[in-house]
Design a protein around this ligand. Structure first.
Ligand SMILES: *Cc1c(COP(=O)(O)O)cnc(C)c1O
Length: 710
């Protein structure tokens, strides 16, 4: 039968629709939308970090004639039409969870401040888990129809790209991001000129312009100091994520906290609550006080107003994770801003101190956030406890359990961590509205039932995903090592598609102990060299540019991967980002997490694995203490830890090896008469039944609404 192409006006409508869809990060969690962009220009897609805007620009030569011709293809056009309809339905849906449960937040939204947001590899402005969490929070707020505005900085140099030199040492490069090539638009005034805001820092005005990124129904605003009005050095203030020294840091935090509130006012947005995701944005408390004083209120009234409108999430018990500034830097940076607060400078310093009378105590952003908010929370049950203990000194007379810091355990935005193979699997199992069902615990109970999903189906899914990861890793290793024919052949025999594949990928902060596995080197060699029960390791991760200890860990891992008996069974993938994360959390069989307890406040990478049937093997820290039930993965050690660090490292590495050799490896290779590992698959069933339904950001954002936003 002859198929009629769409007419010109229909095609015009589709081109408009595609351009609109490309500029909304919704496509980053919709695999059919991604397929459309990928098929338009596979090479641009691959080379430009899977960026839909870049693909459309590539096809827009000659007034978009190529795109027009491509849409004459009836089958393709129909797919575009269907995906655009899904997008429009998503954007305009009225019967959302928030419409029923938090209607007041639609008029007066949540303003969520975070120094980093991680959404997708094409927008690299996150350094790690904190940013990924902010990104997933934003996506789920959109899914729930919540009134939600994100506030952050636009870092033109982004977070660095990692390369490894001949000494296996990490080197950082900073390719400049071009907003015109990203899912991002300038925010303009009615007269068409860019909207510009201002914060006085060190007695001089610092100007910023504003970009907007749409994340489904949520909106993110990004402030950018790279504007003509600023002298050269000030244009660099927002160049890099956590870049520069403490002076740059305090300037960034003033733009984020103070500038962010001013930006919302310029846009006419009246938030019902200001959510500080970590202490970096806590200067917003000062700005809320200043506004009240400017309206004739007293300082104390201003402070009470700020407290009544703010909530704070703390993310780490690691000391370096809490910004502190000395008094002279505070005085210098705040400059005449203090005058507008109409109280002595000492009064401002008090807000950041545990002991206000202590002259030498530094000003701590976490303390400011705690004193300036009505609620505070940690990000797992244990982290809540640890934070109460850590900050008890701020609440004299209160017992540890009375310290007003609660907890909401982190989650992940499940859709964003699933590849197309997995999406099709769930679509097939759960039907057309599978995307909503996956956030509900009841949905997942069915995966215990062999009539609902067979062992063979689970095992083939696992094989497909492992194969994809191994081929991905071979491609990346080839690119890392440079192409010549012999490396090509060599690399294609690297990694074994039948081996138990263990993944470790996260920031190389030393408390995460990436090298713990190397403690018992001879034993690990024996393990990987066992040809009937082979095991292999895939590592990835960046160290902070100034963290030489973390870089040494990377160097050690890469060295072993090239020059020891682990070669070929241990690989390091360079330049860890969201894309590598997505490949690894789906293709690995085991996700290894061995932080020094209790420093991993929650951890989220292990939560990303659950929908993919990759099992966690982790220290009982952060979220895993709550997730592990004895049947759904593996625990390294008990729900406690020695106080002494050396003792802890010793005990943990012993436990790690015991679990690996006595439980994990035997179970994985225990194949029944049909060739399937029954016990292992059973563990995957329990993983499905207990983890993704709980550790997702839909549950998490609902909890924030119920406990802290209302
Ligand atoms: C999930 C994620 C993280 C956080 O990993 P943790 O194990 O929770 O520290 C960091 N970076 C990227 C790119 C991620 O996707």
């Amino acid at each position: 039968m002859k198929k009629e192409p769409m007419n010109l006006s229909e095609i015009k409508g589709m081109v408009e629709g595609l351009n609109k869809m490309a500029r909304n990060l919704w496509w980053t969690w919709n695999y059919e939308a991604q397929e459309i962009f990928e098929s338009l220009s596979p090479r641009t897609w691959q080379n430009q970090f899977h960026n839909a805007v870049a693909v459309l620009r590539e096809l827009s030569d000659k007034n978009g004639y190529e795109l027009y011709v491509r849409l004459l293809d009836v089958d393709f056009a129909q797919k575009v039409k269907r995906v655009l309809k899904n997008f429009n339905d998503y954007m305009s849906r009225a019967d959302t969870w928030a419409a029923a449960n938090a209607p007041h937040l639609i008029e007066n939204p949540v303003a969520y401040f975070s120094a980093e947001f991680g959404f997708h590899e094409s927008l690299p402005i996150a350094a790690g888990g904190l940013g990924m969490l902010a990104g997933d929070h934003t996506k789920s707020a959109s899914d729930l129809g919540l009134g939600f505005i994100g506030i952050t900085l636009f870092y033109r140099d982004g977070y660095f790209q990692q390369a490894i030199n001949r000494d296996n040492w990490q080197v950082e490069t900073y390719p400049v991001l071009n907003p015109r090539n990203l899912a991002m638009e300038p925010v303009l005034k009615p007269d068409g000129d860019p909207l510009v805001g201002q914060v006085n820092i060190m007695g001089a005005p610092v100007f910023f312009r504003v970009w907007m990124t749409r994340v489904g129904r949520s909106t993110l605003y990004l402030m950018d100091c790279d504007v003509e009005q600023n002298p050269g050095n000030l244009r660099q203030v927002t160049a890099r994520v956590y870049g520069g020294d403490t002076t740059t840091r305090i300037m960034q935090e003033m733009v984020l906290g103070i500038g962010g509130v001013r930006l919302l006012r310029m846009l006419g947005i009246e938030p019902s609550i200001f959510h500080m995701n970590e202490g970096h944005s806590a200067f917003l408390v000062l700005e809320l006080i200043r506004e009240q004083i400017a309206m004739g209120k007293k300082y104390e009234e201003g402070l009470n107003y700020a407290i009544a409108h703010s909530t704070f999430t703390t993310h780490t018990p690691v000391e370096a994770g809490h910004d502190r500034f000395n008094e002279s830097l505070m005085k210098y940076a705040l400059g005449d801003y203090v005058t507008s607060l109409k109280v002595p400078f000492a009064k401002i310093m008090e807000l950041g101190k545990v002991h206000p009378e202590d002259k030498d105590e530094l000003f701590c952003m976490t303390v400011l956030a705690l004193k300036g908010s009505r609620n505070a929370n940690g990000v797992s049950e244990l982290h809540g406890q640890v934070s109460r203990k850590m900050w008890q000194k701020l609440y004299p007379g209160k017992k540890e359990e009375e310290v007003p810091i609660g907890h909401i355990t982190n989650g992940v935005h499940l859709m964003g961590w699933m590849k197309d193979v997995v999406c099709r699997f769930y679509h097939n199992k759960l039907g057309d509205n599978w995307q909503e069902l996956i956030n509900e615990p009841e949905t997942w109970k069915q995966f215990l039932d062999e009539d609902f999903v067979s062992d063979a189906e689970i095992w083939t899914l696992r094989y497909k995903l492992r194969r994809e990861l191994i081929e991905f890793a071979r491609r990346r290793l080839l690119a890392q090592n440079g192409v010549n024919r012999s490396t090509f052949i060599e690399l294609d025999s690297l990694l074994d598609p039948n081996a138990l594949t263990i993944g470790f990928a996260r920031r190389f902060a030393t408390y995460k102990r990436a090298v713990l596995i190397l403690d018992r080197f001879d034993e690990i060699v024996k393990l990987v060299r066992n040809s009937s029960r082979p095991v292999q390791f895939i590592f990835a991760g960046k160290a902070h540019p100034r963290d030489d200890e973390g870089k040494k860990y990377i160097q050690n891992i890469i060295h072993q991967s090239k020059h020891s008996d682990l070669a070929g069974r241990l690989v390091f993938l360079e330049n860890y980002d969201v894309h590598i994360a997505r490949q690894m959390v789906s293709g690995c069989d085991i996700w290894l997490n061995n932080p020094r307890r209790p420093l991993e406040a929650s951890g989220t990478s292990g939560q990303k694995t659950s929908v993919n049937g990759c099992l966690n093997m982790s220290i009982m820290d952060g979220w895993w203490r709550e997730g592990y039930d004895g049947t759904n993965g593996f625990a390294i050690g008990p729900d406690s830890n020695p106080d002494n660090v050396e003792e802890q490292d010793r005990v943990d590495s012993a436990n790690l090896f015991r679990v690996l050799t006595e439980e994990v490896v035997p179970e994985f290779f225990d194949r029944g008469p049909n060739g399937l590992p029954k016990l292992w698959i059973n563990r995957i069933r329990h993983n499905f039944a207990t983890l993704p339904g709980r550790f997702n950001t839909t549950r998490m954002v609902r909890e924030y609404v119920e406990k802290y936003y209302r």
